[in-house]
Design a protein around this ligand. Structure first.
Ligand SMILES: [Zn+2]
Ligand SMILES: [Zn+2]
Length: 193
């Protein structure tokens, strides 16, 4: 591909290998060069001594997510988005059974968890929109109005034709969606092994 050619965006959040649902979570650690993301939506904040959340996966299977990181809420800036209705993304996590019999994930490394201030449905909608924009060759056009664009969002690198258009889009919802767009682009470029 020639330098400067358009980036292809074709991420499939239904890909059972890259984004396993609760019925297909791998039981073994990833092989070298292999990884996956488990997408969970927070249902309830059940934190007591340490941060923990009742969540459900994209097919509705319930999972507890408990943080055993050393400084749980300061390790990662985006953990402030750990609130009901938002998405938690766990990298290459494997489920375990907790002492109370519930099934879930014990997160020990803060770099393996990311919270996004959007719901699972919103994440799917943003992903579908990016796929459509890519198919239409619009990824390099203004994210708000599809005119030729030079400016870039500092967060997700989305393009904008002008500061005014970028501001309008930010207030129309990109403020909330920017982190999700950034994460989706990273996943789109990932080789899942
Ligand atoms: Zn524009
Ligand atoms: Zn952005």
């Amino acid at each position: 591909m020639a330098a400067g050619s358009r980036t292809k965006y074709a991420l499939d959040l239904n890909d059972a290998i890259a984004f396993p649902d609760g019925a297909h979570v791998p039981a073994f650690p990833p092989d070298e060069g292999e990884s996956w993301i488990i997408l969970l939506e927070i249902v309830r904040d059940t934190s007591v001594a340490r941060p923990s959340y009742q969540t459900r996966c994209k097919i509705g299977v319930p999972f507890v997510v408990a943080l055993y990181t050393e400084t749980p809420l300061k390790d990662r800036d985006d953990l402030r988005y750990c609130s009901p209705g938002n998405v938690l993304c766990l990298t290459s996590a494997r489920p375990k059974t907790f002492l109370d019999g519930s099934t879930g994930f014990r997160v020990e490394d803060a770099s393996t968890i990311q919270a996004l201030p959007v719901s699972l449905d919103q994440l799917k909608k943003i992903n579908k929109d990016l796929c459509e924009r890519s198919d239409k060759g619009q990824l390099e056009m203004c994210y708000n109005c599809n005119k030729p664009a030079q400016n870039k969002c500092a967060g997700c690198r989305a393009r904008y034709c002008s500061k005014d258009c970028q501001k309008a889009h930010w207030h129309a919802g990109h403020k909330r969606e920017c982190k999700a767009v950034k994460a989706l682009h990273v996943w789109n470029r990932t080789d899942w092994g």
